[in-house]
Ligand binder design. Structure first.
Ligand code: TPP
Length: 662
């Protein structure tokens, strides 16, 4: 490797050459200050981007101000080149209110709509799929904008990298995938991270244009990215960029660089992007000592003033109400009454109708899922939608659950609602990370809502075995920030789906596929809503309360029909998060006996929490212990007699009798 950087200014005007210098100087001076504060114990953690500034600055300078950038932990230069007031950054790092996360998340884990920046989550990879969503929004809006997303070479080993590039390529999305290959991912050298010469070589595998850029050469970064961005605005397409650079300091300051050979560090020190550029500008007589000194003084003054402002800001005073409130975006529920005109239709038709009417209502709403377009989805719920709404809005996806969920989030960053269909709820495990870490935590972290509904065809009783029959709502009900809806009847399914799509927060919408074609009822033909978070008392009695949701509601009704002597309140929860505890407690206080029936296996299911809540809130009213009916602690077998043994249905009668006799 040569230690020389060849700067070619071409037609870049002098002012721009100086501005690039100033933009690189600023993060360098901030970092030098941060390192002092770190030694003084005034900040806790710092990821250094020293030696990599040319990439952040060059890319940001090449993009238009309203084009989204999705930076990582070493991209301070993105934030400073977008001219975020420094005190806000300092307050962010000190966990103060003037920061971007109200003290809730650290370092660079934040975004800002005002500055068109979407920050990372710790898991690195999901960032790449968000860029797909933003680029898709740009394409749908035909606004001729590109977006740029960063990752380190370590992050390229994550499945998210593969998924995001694949989706961007198949959909031809205008994303600049910027890989900063800085030699190490924590202590892991590139040779142990991937086994090909260049990361750019991977572009070919995705059918994607790719380039290698000297990441320490600000003019090469700026000129190449400017040219590419210009061309991508005219002809939307993804481009993979590999920036060769080096991480000059430890992974984070405390961890050091012992494992990096000294010669390598020495060699790269000679390639310092700022020092070399200063040399070039001075040789060209563009940068004089007077200008250099003036810039340094100006930035140093700015840093000191803004640091003072951040120090002067009072510490956060915990406010319980706002902590709880900010988990979700506040929303005014719009009640639209179901019309008396009704049709007797199946569960599956009600969902299809709710989805179709929502597509008509929300012009921008996008549906994404495997085989949802011409094929109509494996359950035919979106049959005919492509003809009605077009392929832009009804999108077949590659088998990339993680990238698609993240893309849904990217769409909501750009103000577009989406419905993501999991082909089977079981496969949500392949998109689990963005659901529970990205969508769920976003509003609490930086007040960005995730306006996505994830449809979850779930459930057993169909002889489909361990990977097509799970009812995995408990994976999500315990994650703050997600709403979880689980209807049992067609009318509810339609009204709740419409309400879920109207809700600006992430909603997991469980549809029991055993009910799809077996359960009918009269469903209002109009576009109407059913409120999320409200249970339904569907049968009234005196001896006991039976609480359930989804398919087991029908087991319970069937049982009570055959055993007319039993007088029970039956509560269909309909929504599992937030829970309607009022309806539950009112009934339990009346009957004094309660059974909770769930399809999921027993341990850690929602029935356990319900049981605890009832014990805590209704203890004095109980005449018997709270009982739970659930599935065995095994995966779900496919063979019908084994499946029947697995499900709690057979144990319902025995448990009811035990409870009534108690
Ligand atoms: C999913 C996940 N695994 C592991 C980590 C721990 N971790 C944080 S950063 C990092 C190294 C990242 O390397 P790279 O992507 O090359 O970026 P760099 O730090 O070199 O800029 C690791 C292993 C993490 N944050 N997320």
């Amino acid at each position: 490797m040569s230690d020389k950087i060849k700067f070619i200014a071409n037609k870049i005007p002098k002012e721009q050459l100086l501005s690039l210098y100033k933009n690189m100087l600023k993060p360098r001076l901030i970092e030098e200050k941060m390192l002092i504060l770190l030694r003084q114990g005034k900040i806790s953690k710092w990821f250094s981007g020293i030696g990599q500034e040319a990439i952040s600055v060059g890319v940001t300078a090449a993009l238009q101000e309203d084009e989204y950038i999705l930076p990582m932990h070493r991209n301070l230069g993105v934030f400073t080149t977008r001219n975020i007031p420094l005190y806000r950054l300092f307050s962010q790092w000190q966990g103060k209110m003037n920061g971007f996360t109200k003290g809730r998340d650290r370092s660079f884990h934040f975004g800002s709509q005002a500055f068109h920046i979407v920050g990372m989550i710790s898991h690195l990879g999901p960032q790449l799929g968000i860029a797909d969503g933003i680029a898709l929004a740009n394409k749908l809006k035909k606004n001729k904008k590109v977006c740029a997303v960063f990752t380190g070479e370590g992050g390229t080993s994550e499945g998210d990298f593969h998924e995001a590039l694949n989706v961007a390529s198949v959909w031809n999305l205008p994303v600049l995938f910027c890989v900063e290959n800085n030699g190490y991912g924590l202590s892991t050298p590139t040779s142990a991270q991937f086994n090909c010469k260049n990361i750019a070589d991977k572009g070919m595998g995705y059918g994607m244009e790719s380039h290698i850029i000297d990441g320490n050469n600000i003019l090469e970064v700026y000129a190449k990215v400017s040219k590419l961005a210009e061309s991508m605005r005219k002809k939307p397409r993804p481009v993979l960029l590999e920036f060769k650079t080096f991480r000059m300091r430890g992974h984070e300051e405390a961890s050091g660089t012992k494992y990096v050979p000294t010669e390598t560090l020495d060699l790269w020190a000679k390639k310092d992007p700022l020092e070399n550029y200063i040399g070039f500008l001075k040789k060209k007589k563009i940068l004089t000592t007077v200008i250099e000194t003036a810039y340094k003084e100006e930035i140093t003054q700015e840093i000191n003033d803004h640091l003072q402002k951040a120090y002067d800001e009072e510490k956060i005073i915990p406010n319980l109400a706002s902590e709880l409130k900010d988990v979700f975006k506040a929303t005014q529920y719009e009640a639209i009454a179901p019309a008396p005109e009704k049709k007797n239709i199946r569960f599956v038709d009600a969902i299809s109708e709710g989805l179709c009417q929502s597509m008509e209502k929300h012009e921008g709403l996008v549906i994404m899922g495997q085989d949802v377009a011409e094929y109509g989805g494996v359950f035919k719920i979106t049959d005919g939608f492509v003809e009605k709404f077009g392929k832009e809005r009804v999108r077949n996806t590659p088998i990339c659950e993680s990238a698609i969920v993240a893309a849904g989030y990217g769409l909501s960053v750009s103000g577009i609602k989406s419905v993501v269909e999991m082909q089977f709820a079981d496969f949500a495990s392949s998109g689990f990370n963005p659901i529970v870490n990205l969508l769920a935590k976003s509003h609490y972290r930086w007040q960005q809502n995730a306006d996505t509904v994830i449809r979850m065809p779930c459930g057993a009783g169909v002889g489909a075995g361990p990977f097509h029959s799970q009812t995995n709502e408990a994976w999500f009900t315990k994650t703050p920030g997600l709403k979880v809806v689980y209807p049992a009847f067609p009318q509810d399914a339609k009204g709740l789906l419409i309400a879920a799509i109207n809700d600006p927060n992430p909603v997991l919408f469980f549809e029991h596929k055993g009910l799809y074609r077996s359960v009918y009822n009269d469903v209002s033909e109009n576009y109407f809503t059913t409120e999320i978070g409200k249970a339904a008392l569907i049968k009234e009695g005196t001896q006991l309360t039976i609480i359930s949701y989804g398919a087991p509601i029908h087991w319970v009704l069937e049982y009570l029909e055959k055993n007319a002597a039993i007088s029970a309140d039956v509560i269909d929860l309909r929504t599992l998060q937030p829970l309607d505890t009022e309806t539950i407690y009112d009934s339990v206080k009346k009957t004094g006996r309660v059974i909770i029936v769930q399809e999921d296996s027993l341990f850690g299911g929602i029935s356990s929490d319900l049981s605890a809540l009832i014990n805590e809130h209704c203890f004095e009213y109980l005449d018997a212990p709270v009982k739970r009916v659930a599935s065995l602690e095994t995966p779900i077998p496919f063979e019908p007699s084994l499946e029947a043994q697995y499900l709690g249905k057979k144990r319902l009668e025995k448990t009811i009798n035990e409870l009534l006799k108690y």
